[in-house]
Write a protein that binds this ligand. Structure first.
Ligand code: HEC
Ligand code: HEC
Ligand code: HEC
Ligand code: HEC
Length: 474
C-alpha cells in the first residue's frame, strides 16, 4: 500500500510541474492523463466481461468431451505382443491430450483399475495411478478391487498421488477420508456433478472401509446433487444387468457409466440416460461429446462411441518416463512367479520337474534342429526390443514353463529358460529325460492357445501354425 501511495504522489507532482508552464493545453492533457487510464481500465474490464460471457456461451455451445475407462484390471502397458497391442496408460493419456486439443475434457474411470494385492500388482498399481494423475483424471470411482486395497493404501493414493476418488457408498470408517461422496466441477461453462457406486469386494469386509447398499446411497445423495448441477454423472462398478436396472431406477442421472460389464457397452440412450461401459482391460475407451441441456431440466445433448486404443496414438513423454521407471523397478525387484498374478494354477502336477531343453537335445536331434530353427527358441530375446526382458507379464509366455517347478522363476536365475522350450509344449519332463519309457506329461497340441491367444496371436490357427514348427520324427 505504501508503494502505491508513493507512486500516486509522484504522478501528482509531475502533473503540477507540467501545468505550471503549458497553460490550457496542459489542462486538457492533465484531464486526459487522469481519466484516460480510468476509461481504459473500465473499457477493458467491460470488454473482458463481454468476452468472458461470449467465451462461456461458445464453450457451452461446444460442450466438452468425456473420456471413460473402467474395469481396466491392472493393465498399465498395452496388452499383447507388438503389432497387435491394444490399450495401456501411455495411449490413454495420448488420447486425452488429443481430445483436449479440441476443447475441455472430463477424464473419468469407473473403477476396477487394479488386479490384486500381490507385490507385482502393487507396483503396477502405483504406476497406473501416477499415469492417471498425469493424464488429469477428474474422478476415479472406487470399484470393488480398489476397496479391497484397504484404507491405508487408498489414503496414500489419495494424498500422495492426488487421485480424486469418488464413492457414494464406499467410505472410510475412520478419519481422514480417502474419497469424496460427490465431485462438483465446472467445465465448459457447465456445472457437472459426479458420484460413484460399487459392489462390495468378493473377499468380504475390508479393513477401514465400509461399503453400504448402493441403491440407498444413491437415493440419499442424488436429489441434492441433481439441484447443484446441469450434468449428473454416476460411475458404477457393477455388471451390465445391474447397470441397466440402476439407469432405469434413477432416470434423473444423465450419464450412467460402468463398470465390469463383461463386454464393452457402446454409449446408448435408455430413457433420457446415456449408458456406456468400456471394460475389457483398457483395450478401449468410451469417448463422449456432451453439451448441457438446451433448457433447464432437459436431457443432455450428446454423441459418442467406443474407441480402440491402438498403435499410433500419441504417447506423452511424462507417461513414457513412468514406463521407463516401471521397467527399472521390475528389473530391480527380480520377482518370483509367486509374487505375480501369472503363477500357473492349472496343470501343475506334483512330482513333475522341468529339465530344460538342453537335456532333450542329445536324444532328439531332429526335433531339436527344427526347434532351434524356429522363433520359439529365441522367444526370450524378442522381449529385448521393448526393454521388457524382466517383465513377468511377458515372460509368462516368452519363457519355458513359467512358475512350474524347475521352470522359469526369478529373471536373474533362469537365463537358460528364456525361450519357448521343448517343455513349454510337452510339459515338465525331467522324469522322461531320466527314463524315456516314462511319457512326457502334456498333449502338446492343446498347449498352443495358452500363449497364442487373441491378444498376442490373432491369426493363430492350429493346423497351419503346427505345420510351421513340424518335428514329428526323432
Ligand atoms: C499370452 C502370451 C503372451 C504374452 C503375455 C506376451 N506375448 Fe509376445 N508373443 C506371444 C506369441 C504367441 C507370439 C507370436 C505371435 C504369432 O506369431 O502369431 C508373440 C510375439 C511377440 C513378439 C514378436 C513379434 C514379431 O512380429 O516379431 C514380440 C517382440 C513380443 N511378443 C513381445 C512381447 C512383450 C514385450 C510382451 C509383454 C508386454 C509380450 N510379448 C507378452 C505370446 C505372448
Ligand atoms: C511349440 C510347441 C512345441 C515345442 C516348443 C516342441 N514341441 Fe515337440 N511336438 C509338438 C507337437 C505339437 C508335436 C506333434 C505331436 C502331437 O501331436 O502331440 C510334437 C512332437 C514331438 C515329438 C514326436 C512325438 C511323436 O509321438 O511322434 C518329439 C520327440 C518331440 N516333439 C520332441 C521335442 C523336443 C526335444 C523339443 C525341443 C527341442 C520339442 N519337441 C519342442 C510341440 C512342440
Ligand atoms: C536319454 C534320451 C532322451 C532324453 C534325454 C529325452 N528323451 Fe524324449 N524320448 C526318448 C526316447 C527313446 C523316446 C521314445 C520312447 C518311446 O517311444 O517309448 C522319447 C520320446 C519322446 C516323446 C514322444 C513320446 C512321449 O513320451 O510323449 C516326446 C514328446 C519327447 N520324447 C520329448 C522329450 C523332451 C521334451 C525331453 C527333454 C526334457 C526329452 N524327450 C528328453 C529319449 C529321450
Ligand atoms: C509358452 C508359450 C507358447 C506356447 C505353449 C506355444 N507358443 Fe508358439 N510362440 C510363442 C511365442 C512367444 C512366439 C514368438 C516368438 C518370437 O517371435 O520371438 C511364438 C511363435 C510361434 C510361431 C512362429 C514361429 C516362427 O518361427 O515363425 C509358430 C508357427 C508357433 N508359435 C506355433 C505354435 C504352436 C503350433 C504351438 C502349440 C503346439 C505353440 N506355438 C505353442 C509362444 C508359445
Amino acid at each position: 500500500m505504501g508503494r502505491r501511495q508513493k507512486e500516486r504522489g509522484r504522478r501528482g507532482a509531475a502533473a503540477e510541474e507540467g501545468g505550471s508552464g503549458e497553460g490550457a493545453s496542459g489542462g486538457i492533457r492533465e484531464k486526459l492523463e487522469r481519466w484516460l487510464p480510468v476509461g481504459l481500465v473500465t473499457g477493458l474490464l467491460l470488454l473482458a466481461a463481454a468476452l468472458w460471457h461470449v467465451h462461456e456461451e461458445t464453450a457451452r455451445k461446444d460442450g466438452f468431451s468425456v473420456l471413460l475407462t473402467g474395469d481396466t484390471a491392472g493393465c498399465f502397458l498395452p496388452l499383447g505382443s507388438p503389432g497387435t497391442r491394444l490399450g495401456g496408460l501411455p495411449r490413454r493419456a495420448g488420447l486425452a491430450a488429443k481430445l483436449r486439443e479440441s476443447g475441455p475434457l472430463l477424464a473419468l474411470d469407473a473403477g476396477g483399475a487394479v488386479s490384486g494385492n500381490l507385490p507385482y500388482d502393487r507396483i503396477e498399481m502405483e504406476h497406473i495411478f501416477r499415469a492417471e494423475a498425469l493424464l488429469g483424471i477428474a474422478a476415479h470411482n472406487l470399484g470393488a478391487p480398489e476397496v479391497a486395497l484397504e484404507a491405508g493404501t487408498l489414503r496414500t493414493l489419495d494424498h500422495d498421488i492426488g487421485i480424486p476418488f469418488v464413492s457414494a457408498n464406499a467410505q472410510a470408517t475412520e478419519m481422514p477420508p480417502f474419497s469424496q461422496r460427490r465431485i462438483l466441477l465446472r467445465i465448459a461453462g457447465c456445472d457437472v456433478g459426479i458420484t460413484g457406486i460399487t459392489t462390495a469386494p468378493a473377499g468380504g469386509p475390508v479393513r477401514g472401509v465400509e461399503v453400504r447398499d448402493a441403491r440407498s446411497a444413491l437415493r440419499e445423495l442424488l436429489p441434492g446433487l441433481r439441484h447443484e448441477c446441469e450434468v449428473l454423472v454416476v460411475l458404477a462398478y457393477v455388471d451390465l444387468p445391474q447397470l441397466l436396472a440402476l439407469a432405469a431406477e434413477f432416470p434423473q442421472v444423465d450419464l450412467f457409466l460402468g463398470g465390469p460389464t463383461g463386454h464393452p457397452y457402446p454409449p446408448a440412450l435408455h430413457g433420457r440416460t446415456v449408458v456406456a461401459a468400456a471394460t475389457d482391460q483398457g483395450r478401449r475407451a468410451v469417448v463422449l461429446r456432451v453439451k448441457p441441456p438446451a433448457e433447464p431440466g432437459g436431457p443432455v445433448r450428446w454423441t459418442g462411441a467406443l474407441r480402440d486404443l491402438v498403435e499410433g496414438l500419441p504417447e506423452p513423454e511424462p507417461v513414457l518416463q513412468l514406463v521407463d521407471g516401471y521397467r527399472k523397478v521390475l528389473a530391480a525387484k527380480d520377482m518370483e512367479p509367486g509374487e505375480t498374478p501369472f503363477m500357473p494354477r492349472l496343470r501343475a502336477i506334483p512330482g513333475l520337474f522341468v529339465a530344460g531343453s538342453d537335456r532333450c537335445i542329445p536324444c532328439h536331434s531332429e526335433a531339436a534342429a527344427a526347434w532351434l530353427a524356429s522363433r520359439h527358441s529365441e522367444a526370450g530375446g524378442a522381449l529385448a526390443r521393448d526393454g521388457l526382458v524382466n517383465d513377468p507379464q511377458c515372460l509368462r509366455c516368452h519363457s519355458t514353463c513359467y512358475g512350474y517347478p524347475g521352470g522359469f522363476a526369478r529373471p536373474s536365475a533362469s537365463s537358460t529358460l528364456r525361450a519357448v522350450g521343448c517343455e513349454s509344449c510337452h510339459g515338465p519332463s525331467a522324469s522322461h529325460a531320466e527314463q524315456p519309457t516314462r511319457h512326457t506329461p502334456w498333449d502338446a497340441r492343446t498347449t498352443c492357445i495358452s500363449c497364442h491367444d487373441a491378444d498376442n496371436s490373432p491369426r493363430f490357427e492350429l493346423e497351419s501354425y503346427q505345420a510351421r514348427i513340424e518335428h514329428r520324427r526323432r
